[in-house]
Design a binder for this molecule. Structure first.
Ligand code: ARG
Length: 413
């Protein structure tokens, strides 16, 4: 039987050409696999037909929007995942869900190999291939751009020569990857890191410098997951979509950073993730109300490690799974509501309430009803400061006391 290769197919020029290119180079039959993770654009059926018209022997299409929102975006939200404190791992979390479908398609159609359209310089090739090995160690991987010399110019030439039903004229100055969690824009004039992003870079967000009137939103979370907006029940997908619209209209979630790629390159990345950034801000504040202090402090470390693993293509790794269990356990009491004002590029928390929070008015108040026994503080500080006090006394005795500087008060000794 002829060898079969499943190709991650977007419907665009490069992967449309890749169908024939892979067949010519390897002799294998190509099965196109298109996955909807909320990237918008063309209908899946249009994409399926184009794949077949470009020479695919089969086309597998999947609407994975809810799956992506539930099983990939929500774990990222529970973790408050921000790579380098800035990037909400938009592309990094889409690769594992796409991979699941690639592997499913490979099994269904008896393919030996999975192909993707990534270059040899980025993170995404690593994420695809490490995810594939983690799910199906027997599958092989191939990347036509990286392994079969499929350049942009050759793709245009090939499409025109073979009369493929795909536009080759559209000049796209950027490399863009988008899904419901956000949008990544890179290359072109953004490679000069002093250049300011131009207006055409953005599509999920409006200019925060000219915002419409402020928008107030109340988000309800249960176990760390958004379940209602302004009192209306929502699924995770609906919550992200609505916040993309509302926070996007206010220009919330524009990010412009130089980032450390796994392959060692520093690269300039522009992102827009209005829904993700607003949801993370709200979730993080609700955690400040509901998580016990030590759990909260430790979770920040777990969150950093989780985010690095996911960024580095280790979504299906054992450590990532173990950290998921920790994060899930912390979310038990993350229930309640956050009120936020969306305006001029910011999502500002203005109120919070939780039936399972640890904020205790009677402990916190300086007014009538104070339940905190201040007299206990003296003894606490005495013991808490004891180790520092003993060390300081030793320093003084050894002439190594803290330098207090010149006495400039003019006081007589
Ligand atoms: N640098 C980001 C990441 O590694 C985004 C990559 C997006 N890919 C693209 N073709 N623009 O997660």
């Amino acid at each position: 039987m002829t060898d079969r290769i499943v190709l991650a197919y977007s419907g665009g020029l490069d992967t449309s050409v890749a169908i024939g290119w892979i067949h010519d180079a390897t002799g294998a039959d190509v099965i196109a696999c298109a996955v909807d993770v909320g990237q918008g654009g063309e209908d899946l059926e249009v994409i399926r037909q184009r794949a077949l018209d470009c020479g695919a022997v089969e086309a597998y299409v999947a609407d994975a929007r809810d799956e992506f929102a539930n099983d990939y975006c929500m774990p990222a939200l529970k973790t408050n995942a921000l790579y380098m404190d800035a990037y909400p791992v938009v592309s990094a979390i889409s690769r594992p869900v796409i991979t699941k479908h690639l592997v499913t398609a490979a099994k269904r159609f008896g393919a030996s190999t999975v192909a993707h359209g990534c270059t040899g310089k980025g993170n995404d090739q690593v994420r695809f291939e490490v995810s594939i090995t983690s799910l199906a160690p027997e599958l092989k991987c191939i990347a036509p751009v990286r392994d079969l010399a499929l350049t942009r110019d050759k793709a245009i030439d090939y499409a025109e020569r073979k009369g493929l039903p795909i536009a080759t004229t559209k000049h796209n100055p950027f490399s863009i990857d988008q899904n419901v969690w956000g949008r990544a824009i890179e290359t072109g004039f953004l490679e000069d890191i002093w250049n300011e992003p131009t207006k055409d870079v953005y599509s999920y967000t409006d200019d925060p410098a000219f915002p419409p009137v402020a928008d107030e939103v109340v988000l309800r979370f249960e176990r760390g997951i958004p379940v209602a907006i302004d009192g209306r029940p929502v699924t995770p997908l609906q919550a992200i979509e609505e916040m993309n619209r509302r926070a996007g209209a206010q220009g919330v979630g524009r990010i412009d950073i130089v980032e450390d790629r796994l392959v060692g390159i520093k690269s300039r990345e522009v992102y827009e993730a209005p829904g993700a950034m607003a949801l993370i801000a709200a979730h993080q504040e609700l955690e400040r109300v509901t998580l016990e202090r030590e759990q909260s402090r430790f979770k920040r470390q777990v969150s950093d490690r989780w985010t690095e693993l996911v960024y580095d293509g280790q979504w299906f790794s054992p450590l990532k799974k173990s950290l998921d269990a920790f994060v899930d356990d912390t979310q038990h009491y993350v229930n309640g509501e956050i009120r936020m004002q969306l305006h001029g590029g910011r999502a500002t928390v203005t109120g919070r309430r939780s039936e399972t929070g640890l904020y205790d008015f009677n402990m916190a108040t300086y007014d009538e009803g104070d339940a905190f026994d201040q007299s206990q503080a003296r003894g606490f500080i005495e013991i808490y400061g004891l180790a520092a006090k003993q060390a300081a006394a030793r320093d003084v005795a050894n002439g190594r006391g803290e330098d207090l500087g010149e006495d400039t008060t003019g006081a007589q000794a």
